[in-house]
Design a binder for this molecule. Structure first.
Ligand code: NAP
Length: 328
């Protein structure tokens, strides 16, 4: 078994969760932490027993021993961080959303492909056990033809306007932070949108804090999606087909159970527990592809990431949300 040395960029909330996830994987070595400051890098490295701590991101990229870089910084830095990591010859797993807009994502995809390096959007829920169960049901025809998806991810953020979720300087907004999940779920089950309709409410800083979306597909299917940073919802999803529907329980970012309702039959509950904190599945998926010499994962292909970003571009354009210094 080949082991892979991971370098983590950013020492905030998600990098801590991801570091914890990596500790559950035999194939992964959490090798280096990279921060804007040496102090944060040292603290993070001490907490997760990481042998190397770098006080700048560029020092981490320059470490020849690192195989894969994980990017856990705010969205607006992803483009530069991924560009720098790829340029340094590293494979990359980047937190969602991959970038601020589709134009940036496309540039990264071109760069990764030209350098023959692995790149993936950290859409972690696709790699968890629940998805295999739902996919098996769909493939077995238990839902029939898929007609509709309803999905939502909303939390009440009791934080000030400087927080990442509300801060335009950090590409804030419910859409890029939360809405990307129901949009990615719709993309996973329904494919490429034909038409995207949306209604946005804006927070005092000018970024969205509530978005309702209706997506139409060429085959007549629809998706009704939502996200908000103003209230907490059930955060679940229901996928409707001609023969029945499936409820995906728990938060859509990490579902723990599904219930299958086939018309004329008793509901069937299926537990889909995750192990560790659920972040290790995506990391293992990256290493599985590296083992095979692949530079994309078929379950989260780069063209689909571009498509997801395009959907969010459409919604932001309608709401007139442009981030400071944003290049499209
Ligand atoms: N997959 C998930 O479940 C999940 C959950 C939460 C967030 N996320 C994603 O992860 C990314 C980071 O979110 P987070 O909640 O971890 O954010 P966070 O707690 O604020 O941490 C972000 C880290 O990025 C670095 N950073 C670099 N420039 C920064 C700046 N100007 N302001 C603030 N931080 C800066 C900082 O690390 P250093 O100071 O060490 O450089 C900071 O600790 C976002 O893209 C978000 O969408 C994903």
């Amino acid at each position: 078994m080949r082991k892979y040395k991971w370098g983590l960029i950013g020492t905030g909330t998600i990098s801590n969760l991801f570091a914890e996830g990596l500790t559950f994987l035999d194939q992964a070595t959490v090798f280096a932490a990279g921060s804007r400051t040496q102090e944060s890098a040292d603290l993070f490295a001490e907490k997760w027993q990481i042998p190397h701590a770098y006080g700048s991101y560029s020092d981490l990229y320059s470490d020849p021993e690192i195989d894969v870089v994980y990017i856990g910084t705010p969205h607006n830095f992803h483009f530069q961080n991924v560009t720098d990591a790829l340029t340094a010859g590293k494979h990359v797993l980047c937190e969602k959303p991959m970038t601020v807009n589709a134009a940036e994502t496309r540039q990264l995809v071109t760069l990764a492909r030209s350098k023959k390096l692995f790149l993936m959007d950290a859409m972690w829920n696709r790699f968890q056990p629940w998805y295999t169960v739902v996919k098996t049901l769909i493939n077995a025809g238990r839902l029939g033809e898929l007609h509709h998806l309803k999905a939502d991810l909303s939390f009440n953020f009791d934080v000030g306007p400087e927080h990442r979720i509300f801060n335009p300087e950090l590409a804030g907004g419910a859409l890029l932070d939360l809405g990307v999940y129901p949009i990615a779920l719709a993309s996973l089950f329904m494919g490429k949108p034909e038409q995207v309709m949306s209604s946005c409410h804006l927070y005092e800083t000018g970024v969205d804090d509530q978005v309702s979306m209706l997506i139409e597909y060429a085959n007549g299917a629809t998706a009704e999606l939502g996200c908000s940073s103003r209230f907490r919802s059930k955060n679940n999803a229901t996928l409707h087909g001609s023969k029945g529907f499936v409820e995906i329980h728990g938060m859509i970012v990490r579902p723990e159970k599904i219930t299958l309702y086939e018309y004329g039959k008793d509901p069937l509950e299926i537990d889909t527990p995750y192990s560790s904190n659920g972040y290790h599945y995506e990391a293992q998926a990256v290493m599985d592809m590296l083992d095979k010499g692949e530079i994309e994962h078929p379950l989260m292909p780069l063209d689909e990431t571009c498509q997801i970003m395009e959907t969010m571009d459409i919604i932001r354009a309608k709401a007139g949300i442009i981030y400071p210094g944003e290049k499209t």
